[in-house]
Design a protein around this ligand. Structure first.
Ligand code: ZN
Length: 311
């Protein structure tokens, strides 16, 4: 009888495993290094070996959920550059390493993180939820009625690449004006350099060679003018993105995770305040803005939930 579900979040440096009961209790979690040799062709085989080495019998696996860093449509990955994968049927290859069959669900890593937060974390009370992961880049996911919106080409939930405004910083995707260039950890640092050059505002940052996102937020809290302008720019960009999303999918909640979100309520309140100024009236007062709760575990929880949603 099936008893277990694995949630497996594949990243460019490590692969996180979560072993869950059918009801969603996390029994244990661990990680192994990602083997990037030979265009990532050993990755799935090593994951299969890792599962076979566990004390739990293979026959008791109900399903395995994957999060992968690339666009995914119906369990097929369309290029995961960080892993070296081109178009790749993850489900088919993974099952080929086993004699038994079980459910396999594959999703984009940011989308499963969003699903994890919705099912187990900050979005628990909210069936419609949007996650922003404000890290080196800006990732995210849109959950509608407890389900990931994958879209026609697997780009559903790529909130980091929403066009926000003309701005002279090139995004990782090659475009300019993306949310990612205005609200990621790298954006925060770029914005400091930009405002040092283009404004006469006084700031301690003018005398510093390097600055972390955390330092910039700490300075903003103490009233530093350039640091404050940077935080206001980040908040404005996220409020605008949320305003647009709110009239398309009308989520109950926007949830913020990743390094930049460590700025906490200081940032969230600014986003919420600005959102209320520009939002459509039906969504103005009841849309919730809150911090993510699961940190790096959001992915494995979401992988579990993707299997569970399947049956
Ligand atoms: Zn972009």
């Amino acid at each position: 009888m099936a008893e277990f579900i694995y949630g497996i979040d594949i990243g460019g440096t490590s692969i996180k495993f979560g072993l869950f009961t059918l009801k969603g209790t996390l029994l244990r979690k661990w990680a192994i290094d990602t083997n990037l040799k030979d265009s990532g062709s050993h990755i799935l085989k090593e994951i299969a070996q890792e599962i076979k080495q566990q004390p739990e019998s293979i026959d008791k696996i109900h399903g395995v959920g994957f999060g992968v860093p690339g666009p995914v449509k119906e369990d097929v990955v369309y290029r995961a550059v960080n892993l070296g994968w081109d178009v790749f049927d993850v489900k088919k290859e993974f099952l080929s390493y086993f004699k038994t069959s079980f459910i396999v669900k594959v999703h984009n890593d940011a989308n499963v993180a969003a699903l994890g937060e919705q099912a187990f974390g900050a979005g628990k009370a909210y069936p419609h939820m949007v996650l922003y992961t404000l890290g080196t880049g800006v990732g995210g996911g849109v959950i509608y009625d407890g389900t990931i919106i994958e879209g026609a080409f697997g780009a559903g939930g790529e909130v980091g690449h929403m066009f926000i405004k003309d701005f002279p910083i090139v995004c990782g995707c090659g475009n300019t004006g993306c949310l990612e260039t205005l609200a990621s950890a790298s954006a925060v640092k770029n914005l400091v350099s930009y405002y040092i050059k283009t404004t006469p505002l006084e700031s301690k940052l003018r005398n510093e060679d390097s600055y972390s996102a955390k330092h910039i937020f700490d300075l903003a809290k103490s009233g530093d003018l350039i640091a404050l302008k940077v935080v206001d720019t980040v908040a404005e960009a996220l409020a605008k993105a949320s305003q647009i999303i709110s009239v398309i999918v009308n989520p109950n909640a926007f949830v913020f995770g990743g390094g930049v979100s460590l700025a906490g309520d200081f940032l969230i309140h600014k986003i919420e305040r600005r959102f209320k100024e520009i939002a459509f009236k039906a969504v103005k007062n009841d849309t919730v803005f809150t911090l993510a709760k699961l940190g790096n575990d959001a992915g494995i929880y979401g992988c579990y939930q993707a299997v569970k949603n399947h049956g």
